[in-house]
Each structure stands twice: as C-alpha cells, then as structure tokens.
Write a protein that binds this ligand. Sequence first.
Ligand SMILES: C[S@@+](CC[C@H](N)C(=O)[O-])C[C@H]1O[C@@H](n2cnc3c(N)ncnc32)[C@H](O)[C@@H]1O
Length: 249
Amino acid sequence: MMETKEIIRNYWDHRSEIYSTGIVEYSEEERIAWKNMLASKLGGRKRLEILDVGTGPGQLALMFAEMGHHLTAVDLSASMLEKARKNALQRSLDINFIQGDAENLQLPDAHFDVVSSKFLLWTLPDPKKALLEWKRVLKKDGMIIAIDGDWYSSGIFLKSIRTVSGLIRSVKERNRHDPFKNKYQLIKNDLPLYSLKPGRVFGLLNDAGFEEINIERMDSLCLSARKHGSLLDKLDYSHPIYFIRAVKK
Ligand SMILES: C[S@@+](CC[C@H](N)C(=O)[O-])C[C@H]1O[C@@H](n2cnc3c(N)ncnc32)[C@H](O)[C@@H]1O
C-alpha cells in the first residue's frame, strides 16, 4: 500500500495543474491588504530570512519576496514547484525553491527569522515533528507564521458547502470522481489536524516549546475573499481560517 506521504505528493502533483494560483491572481487591492497584514505581523521588520513550507504555487513566498525579504520555499510536489518558479519569474523575484518535506527539512539549524506556511498544517501526518523541525531551523526569537483553516469539520453547514465545492471541482477537472475524496479519504485518519481546531494547534506549539503563541480568526481577509473571489474561493473561505503565530525563545 502506498505511503501516506506518497499519496499526498501524487495528489498535489496532479492538483498543481488546476490548483488556483490564488493570491497570484488576486486583485492588486487584495494583495496590498495581505501584505499590510503580513507586515504588521512581522512588526515592520525588513529583509528577513523567511522559509515558506508547503509553498504550492508560491502565493505567500511571492508576497514576502515583494516585501523585500529573502525567501527559501519548500514543497513536496515537483509540479507545484514548477508553477511557483514560473510565478516568481513572471514577477522577476529571486526565490530559492527546494523540493523537500516540511517534516524533515534538509536545511541548517538557526538560519531563518520566520518559518511561514499557508494551508499546510491540516495535511501533515506528523505536525509535531514538523513544528520541531521549524523550531530547529529558526533563529532565537524567530517566529512561526501559519495560516490554516478547519476545512473538514463535521458541522452540517460546512459539510454541505464542501459537497457543492467538491462537485464544482469535479466538473472543472472533468473527472467523474472527486480526486480529493479519492485520495484523502484513504489517509484522513493519519492526519491529526485534518479538522484543525485552534486548541489542538496551541497544544502542539506549546509541547514543541514555542512561546507567545497567538491564534486568531482571519475574518476580515476571509470576508474580502468571499466578496471578491471566485465561487470556489467564496465556498472555501466560508470555513474558519486562523492566523497562528508563535515565537522560539
Ligand atoms: C493546500 S496546498 C497550499 C499551497 C499554498 N501554500 C497556498 O497557500 O495555496 C498544500 C501544499 O503543501 C504541499 N505539501 C503537502 N505536504 C507537504 C510536506 N510534508 N512538505 C512540504 N510540502 C507539502 C503540497 O504539495 C501543496 O503544494
């Protein structure tokens, strides 16, 4: 039987074809709102060494690079990295892209000021190991910035929303079967944050030895995505999305 991580990599390799380029395609107004929010979370600090894990097509990495930071970006999927490289080239941004595993980074100790991730925690088989890795590569006083949602909670309203978005995705992908369901149904029980609850994330960060842990709902940017985004964005951003920040002391 295929390993969980192999299933995840295969899924995202396949999905990279049609995965929304998201913020890369956002209006300039929305990109500015995101960058302002990120700058405030970084306390206005400039030219930081930032590692973006699970970068996908590179939305977060691209925005940080445009803000003048020095970026390394890691993803498990070679096809996603290809997209990310194209997106960076389009914007003339110099980002060091590396194929790798967020739970087992081939990167030096105490090198980064920030480790960021967007929509990655939920799909990690061992988030505890990942957090310890992120802590290892962070400098003292470095911080984690993680953005993620409770995409797969069992509430009836959100479940109905997911049925609709699954159908839309299947039609868009001209696939009778929902490829997400096919793959993640097999492995969801191996993913501790598949239904991501802030209390659970807080506990994991605390156990990993992080301090100044802060987890808050990202309601204003979600409202904006629901207002300006595609129908799929509107559905996806109906889920609670959290901004998670923690510091290595
Ligand atoms: C939902 S996408 C998010 C992509 C991007 N960060 C965004 O905000 O749209 C999840 C990404 O995480 C990557 N990924 C999944 N597991 C990973 C792991 N263990 N290490 C590195 N990347 C991983 C996938 O290949 C995919 O590109």
